[in-house]
Design a protein around this ligand. Structure first.
Ligand SMILES: [Zn+2]
Length: 1086
């Protein structure tokens, strides 16, 4: 498995985190991001990113989105310390509006639409037209521009009345076959065989979105058609078995056994309800809006889901999945006439309905006095519960939606309060020592009414009130005294930079805009307004200049927070008995159900269980599969995507330059060799990285340093990168300093980086201690939410040195290290501090440094002097002595035990060791195994939220992983059956072609310029040449059934020699160890 991806998956703490590994883009990056351009997300990797806050996880994704996504804010704070300089390509309104193809009124009318309004939107260089479908009233935003990454989305308002999870189950179910595409899961066929750059669906508390994206026009329209047919004519409303599979059902394999609950959403939500952060977010939301649709859980409460009937489910679809209740978005460089033509065909089949009235979201009336809620969450038995309480303060800010300028100002306030480690509210809370980590997402404006939430976790019971007081006094103080001028400037630049850079990572820009627009449009407000940030931004800037920041922000704090009685304080207490209690309650219900059944009922149920499984495991007939439109191999470019690279030398340091259009933004990576670092210092590396950015120098406090970064650059991050290198014993291990700025500020950027790596003082013991506790809390959270990442890292650590290193810096070993370090900081600070200094000395030097730059040609030339100056300032040292890395963990099967209701199960082996020789076909095969065998057995019939495999071509490690899995040994049996699956596999040409095209879709996944330059650098570091990329591509395109058959040996090697790691519940591990005598070595982790 590609190291960086593991590292990233381990470190992802963003709102999207939970399901990250399952995302398509992630699976891509796991297997092929290095070899091919895909989606490197080097975002702060292991170096903890304290600025990423846990939000309330409002959106429930079918798969997890990339962690880059943060479009929930009106400005996406993609880089926590991003900033702008005044030299930003300014006010886009000055540019003349370019001509885009448009729809003549007459043509629109013929197609059944009338134009409501149109505007050129300079902020996104797009012409946007709002149409209304005359017959049904469906609204369509048709956005035209030069972006080849086309986006379509259809959104329905779907407010639930209870917590049965109807919207969520429906979101899953409509993608399980439709009128034109009568197969089990067209969605999966699209995952397998299209060039999509985005394919997903998500459920909000009040709406359900179905977006797709592709750069290939033919592919794009194919995707649109499948989605439209799915939402309007799904088979699930006639097919009870789909409802059972995706929602819930009783499972009874044999009348003599116990009945259990099964269902994809049921299990997914069980996982969600095992995570304290999620529980806290849900309770806070429900308590803030007790009288509205937000007072229930659209995702579904596992205790309530089984109350849902098929009739209610069908009725919900009939009522809300109607054109009159929909909003449709098109974006990109395709022909807007074609968009209306495709839509007209579907929409014309309906008449207007009254759904828009029934789906209206009613606002919550404001409370007259604050409310306090105390709830329990499941904690481990026997764990130290003293410091495990959580508390948040939540405010509903207004009884109606706010205007954009106020919203922007609130967003600003949010950034000032919490946006960076130097932000006062964040800083004071963390420095108070009252808790381990921040909880609550700050200002949230994705729902009808905005809210503000803040609090701490890892708090002891007697300190709960102190946290509340601290929040209130800090806010009062800030309202009275105002903010530091430098802080305001830094926040302003940060926000402006990210608005203009508009770097959505691997997330399509058009989708980010769609979500922004929908955020208002869904409440019948103007869909154009949220796209136009320029005027409110300028207004706010001039108000700040004229009146000063205190006049702008103090009234906001007073009105919306301090004097606002609609405040809900939520306290969460750890309860070691809760998990067992919930489990027992469920068992009891199921026993009652069984007791109430006759012998015939039981036989019938057992028959139904078998029927469902049979249906799930029976492949779709070839005729059905053929209905899903696909491209042909002729549509696929024969060459890999080319990224320009110039390898040069500046003052003795190797420099890679990528001449790409970046709209005047300058991106750079400074790569330092980490191979001379002493082995025992490895676990300190993530904290070292954080210290560099958050400790301050002799002359600058860390607050000043942060503000400086904020004012002058687009952000700086530091993190380790390790990977195996194919054909070599030694791993590749580096520390990467990554930064961006407007090109005119490149020199400032390098100066600041130089300050960070050379002048930062490792002296602040108290801050360091905070870093340790925060990291420990984050790792514990990761263990619960991303156990598959922990399991994957652990297996890798058993199989190769790079994996071992990575695990030391981000896996279970790291967590263990942090736990002892927390105590050591008090006793042994001098030694720790000098170890940090030692890391600096062994890593940062001119020898072994490589510089990577991505910018436009003229900016590349203009900045060479600044690069030269930076290089000259780097310390030099005698020839590098390489440490001999050769460690691995013992090859035992391990169970990492945590309090959970669902497991994460992994098995892996190095298939190069058993003689496998790399061919591009491996990408096709492993993707195919994930999307067919594992999807069907681990997810569909096994009831796990996900199951997939991954092949790290650098190390040769092939691994299987499951996610939120109710099973343990049974899943291992599925993995072991992969060889037989391939052996018996029959495949027609169409299926094979789809598999190949889907793989190319991964390989060619869409990248913004900074990501292209970054991928190219990684290829350079890992020794992957253009010739090799071309050869792999040819091998992918030429993949045949024979290759699948030849892969059997590799799968047998994993079966026979593979090592297993599971992150699982104590009960399941006990049971497994009884069934297979002491199969697992048990490690209690939480
Ligand atoms: Zn789901």
């Amino acid at each position: 498995m590609e190291r960086a991806a593991i590292v990233r998956s381990l470190s992802c703490t963003s709102m999207a985190c939970g399901r990250y590994l399952l995302s398509r883009s992630c699976r891509t990056s796991l297997s092929s991001s290095i070899l091919f351009p895909s989606t490197p997300k080097p975002k702060l990797s292991l170096s903890p990113s304290p600025t990423v806050r846990h939000s309330l996880q409002r959106r429930r994704w079918r798969f997890a989105p990339s962690p880059y996504l943060s479009s929930r804010k009106h400005f996406s704070l993609l880089c926590p310390r991003a900033v702008a300089s005044p030299s930003i390509p300014s006010s886009p309104s000055s540019s003349p509006s370019p001509e885009f193809p448009h729809v003549k009124d007459k043509v629109a009318l013929e197609l059944g639409f009338e134009k409501v309004s149109e505007e050129f939107i300079p902020e996104c260089k797009s012409k946007a037209v709002l149409f209304r479908h005359r017959k049904t009233g469906a609204e369509v935003m048709s956005v035209s521009n030069h972006d080849e990454n086309k986006v379509f989305g259809i959104v329905f308002r779907t407010p639930p009345k209870d917590s049965t999870g109807i919207p969520h189950i429906l979101e899953h179910s409509v993608l399980c076959g439709s009128r034109k595409y009568p197969l089990k899961e067209p969605f999966v066929e699209l995952l397998k065989g299209s060039l999509h750059t985005f394919l997903n669906a998500f459920t909000y508390p009040d709406r359900t979105c179905y977006p797709v994206a592709s750069t290939n026009t033919k592919d794009f329209y194919n995707l649109v058609d499948v989605y439209l047919d799915a939402v309007f004519f799904p088979r699930c409303v006639e097919d009870f078995q789909t409802f059972q599979q995706e929602g819930w059902h009783f499972e009874l394999n044999d009348p003599s056994e116990d009945i259990t609950y099964k269902g994809v959403v049921f299990n997914e939500m069980k996982g969600v309800y095992s995570q304290p952060d999620n529980i806290l977010g849900r309770i806070s939301q429900q308590a803030l809006y007790p009288d509205t649709t937000y007072g229930v859980d659209s995702g579904g409460d596992p205790q309530v889901i089984p109350k849902l009937t098929f009739e209610e489910f069908k009725e919900f679809h009939r009522k809300y999945y109607h054109p009159s209740n929909s909003r449709i978005w098109f974006y990109g460089d395709d022909d807007p006439n074609e968009r209306l033509r495709i839509l007209g065909e579907y929409l014309d089949m309906f008449d207007a309905s009254s759904a828009p009235n029934e789906s209206k979201i009613e606002p919550q009336k404001l409370f007259s006095k604050p409310v306090r809620i105390i709830e329990k969450y499941p904690a481990s038995e026997g764990a130290d519960l003293k410091k495990q309480h959580m508390v948040t303060l939540n405010w509903l800010l207004s009884d109606k939606p706010l205007d954009l300028e106020t919203e922007l100002a609130l967003g600003f306030l949010d950034h000032l309060l919490l946006g960076t480690p130097a932000s006062p509210l964040r800083k004071i809370l963390l420095e108070s020592g009252l808790g381990d980590a921040i909880v609550g997402g700050g200002v949230e404006d994705e729902l009808l009414q905005p809210q503000f939430s803040i609090g701490l976790k890892g708090v002891s019971e007697q300190d709960i009130h102190k946290v509340e007081e601290l929040v209130m006094t800090t806010l009062k103080k800030l309202a009275n005294e105002g903010f530091d001028t430098d802080a305001v400037e830094a926040s302003m630049n940060t926000i402006e930079f990210s608005l203009r850079e508009n770097n959505t990572g691997s997330f399509p820009r058009g989708l980010s805009l769609m979500l922004r627009s929908i955020g208002k449009w869904i409440y019948d407000m103007n869909p154009f307004e949220p796209l136009k940030y320029e005027k409110p931004l300028q207004d706010l800037k001039s108000r700040l200049a004229k009146e000063g920041s205190k006049a702008v922000f103090s009234p906001l704090i007073e009105k919306f927070i301090l004097n606002n009685p609609h405040r809900v304080t939520v306290e969460m207490q750890p309860d070691p008995e809760k998990a067992a209690h919930d489990e027992a309650t469920e068992k009891e219900i199921l026993q009652k159900v069984k007791a109430g059944m006759t012998k015939e009922d039981l036989e019938e149920l057992s028959q139904a269980t078998h029927d469902l499984r049979l249906k799930q495991e029976t492949p779709d007939p070839p005729e059905a599969l053929k209905t899903v439109p696909s491209l042909s191999l002729q549509d696929i470019p024969k060459e890999p995507i080319y990224v320009p690279i110039e390898v040069g030398d500046i003052n003795g340091v190797k420099v890679l330059q990528h001449d790409l259009f970046t709209n005047d933004v300058f991106y750079t990576e400074l790569v330092f060799d980490m191979s001379s670092l002493k082995q025992e210092l490895l676990p300190l590396v993530p904290l070292f990285c954080q210290s560099l950015l958050e400790m301050g120098t002799k002359d600058l406090t860390f607050v000043q340093l942060n503000q400086l970064i904020g004012r002058k650059t687009g952000g700086i991050s530091v993190y380790p990168f390790t990977s195996s290198v194919r054909g070599k014993d030694d791993p590749c291990s580096h520390m990467i300093v990554r930064g961006k700025a407007m090109a005119g500020r490149a020199e400032d950027l390098y100066d600041l980086i130089n300050t960070i790596i050379q002048d930062v003082q490792f002296e602040d013991q108290q801050r360091f201690k905070q870093f340790v506790s925060q990291s420990r809390a984050r790792m514990e959270n990761r263990l619960r939410g991303s156990g598959h990442g922990i399991a994957a890292a652990r297996m890798d650590a058993k199989l190769n040195t790079a994996g071992w290193m990575s695990e030391k810096m981000g896996g279970l070993s790291y967590l263990e290290f942090l736990r002892t370090l927390e105590e050591r900081v008090d006793q042994d600070w001098v030694n720790i501090s000098s170890s940090l200094e030692e890391i600096r000395k062994s890593v940062f030097s001119k020898q072994g440094c490589l510089i990577n730059i991505t910018a436009d040609g003229k900016n590349l030339a203009n900045t060479e002097k600044a690069v030269g100056k930076f290089v000259d300032l780097l310390p030099t040292r005698s020839p590098i002595t390489t440490t001999n890395w050769s460690a691995t963990l013992p090859l035992t099967n391990e169970a990492i035990v945590i309090p959970t209701q669902v497991n994460y199960v992994g098995k892996a082996a190095n298939i190069y060791d058993s003689g496998y020789k790399l061919s591009g076909s491996a990408y096709v095969i492993s993707k195919y195994i994930s999307n067919t065998w594992l999807w069907d057995r681990v997810r569909v019939s096994g009831g796990a939220y996900g199951g997939f495999c991954d092949f790290d071509t650098h190390s040769g490690v092939f691994s299987f992983l499951s996610y939120r899995d109710p099973n343990l040994l049974k899943t291992l049996d599925v993995y072991d059956g992969t060889g037989d699956f391939l052996r018996e596999l029959e495949m027609d040409n169409d299926t094979l072609t789809k598999a190949i095209i889907g793989t190319i879709g991964d390989v060619d996944s869409y990248q913004l310029p900074d990501a292209k330059g970054y991928s190219s650098m990684l290829r350079y570091l890992l020794g992957i040449t253009e010739e090799e990329r071309q050869r792999r591509r040819e091998e992918i395109l030429a993949t045949s059934l024979k290759d699948f058959k030849e892969f059997v040996d590799a799968m047998e090697a994993v079966k026979d020699k593979g090592v297993t790691v599971a992150v699982a519940s104590p009960e399941d591990v006990d049971a497994a160890n009884k069934e297979r005598f002491n199969f697992f070595q048990v490690k209690k982790a939480l």
